[in-house]
Design a protein around this ligand. Structure first.
Ligand SMILES: [Zn+2]
Ligand SMILES: [Zn+2]
Length: 329
């Protein structure tokens, strides 16, 4: 099959990849749309080549049921980013992300992908393909799940550090929930995207004298109710812990190496520090409801390319010029 192959050092090619073979309980899906996730950038820039690609957000059509009775050939489906055993405590709750046997999807930027039949979402007729890929993947699943677990509500003033595609998802979902969002990023283009999605204030730390003072000024000297750290950097985590209002929430979204001083930063302020890794399969229902209640999820998509132009798609995504980018078959 045709697919994207990571060659190392920010080089890719669209070439022949091995055809995936569905095993027991698995079906073959013909890819319709795959989305590029920010978490692929580490592998993209790394000198190490891959046999295929780390793509993991995808929707398509069931091509071969392989004997499964849960789906029919031709069914339009979204594929879950994380696939678990299906039988353990966590899988039975729709949270395969905590399953001991959890496996992440990969190679979704290609013609076909294999999925366990239990980790597919049937896409209803009112859900178009682009919405379907966003509802099934972690790109929107993370902002949705993290926003819900943080208890965000109308009237809150929350800060998002880093408005790449996931941070932009936070702006979209939280604005829909009625929160006022302060978006912080060093990329002016991304701040403009955040503004377009409804951010209340956007701040480039390089363009203000003192970020801390600006954030305090905007929040009546109290600090934001919640901070979502989407950069995975020490500096942004330090700022989030420092600036969040006492009894507020700091949520760690970005992946990176960070340390913190609980006594000084958390204890004295009764802070709640939470983490959020990927999203739950079961979050789909809540996200679907939000879409049906008016959340325009496709607004975080800034570009789409045919698979054969994946090179240009990655080049633009990697240079921080885009929000969510789709690859279309
Ligand atoms: Zn991802
Ligand atoms: Zn399991």
């Amino acid at each position: 099959m045709r697919g994207v192959k990571f060659l190392g050092n920010s080089r890719i090619e669209v070439t022949e990849l091995d055809d995936p073979e569905p095993g027991d309980g698995e079906v073959l899906v013909k890819v319709g749309i795959s989305a590029i996730c920010g978490s692929e950038m580490g592998r993209y820039r790394s000198p190490e080549p891959m046999d295929g690609n780390p793509g993991h957000e995808v929707m398509g059509i069931v091509y071969d049921t392989n004997g499964s009775r849960k789906v029919k050939e031709g069914d339009r489906v979204g594929v879950s980013t994380i696939q678990g055993c299906g039988n353990c405590f966590w899988c039975l709750q729709g949270k395969p992300d905590f399953c001991k046997e959890a496996q992440g999807l990969n190679n979704t930027h290609s013609e076909y992908v294999v999925s366990k039949d239990i980790w597919l979402h049937h896409l209803a007729d009112d859900i178009d393909d682009a919405t379907g890929v966003l509802l099934s993947g972690d790109g929107l699943g993370v902002p949705y799940g993290a926003s819900m677990r943080s208890g965000t509500k109308a009237g809150d003033v929350n800060c998002v550090f880093g408005v790449g595609p996931v941070g932009l998802g936070f702006v979209l979902v939280q604005t829909f929930l009625g929160a006022q969002i302060i978006a912080v990023d060093m990329n002016t283009h991304r701040l403009e995207l955040a503004k377009g999605l409804g951010a209340w204030k956007v701040i480039n730390p390089n363009e203000v004298d003192n970020l801390r003072d600006v954030l305090l000024d905007l929040t009546g000297g109290l600090g934001p109710d919640r901070c979502f750290e989407c950069c995975g950097q020490q500096e942004t985590l330090d700022m989030a812990l420092d600036i969040t209002k006492p009894e507020g929430i700091v949520m760690i979204i970005g992946s990176g190496k960070q340390t913190m001083d609980p006594q000084r930063l958390i204890y004295r302020k009764n802070l709640r520090v939470m983490g959020n890794w990927v999203c739950h399969f079961s979050d789909y229902v809540g996200m679907l409801n939000m879409v049906r209640n008016g959340l325009q999820v496709t607004r975080i998509i800034t570009n789409q390319f045919p698979l054969k132009e994946a090179n240009e798609a990655y080049r633009r995504f990697s240079s921080g010029l885009e929000g969510k980018v789709l690859l279309i078959q």
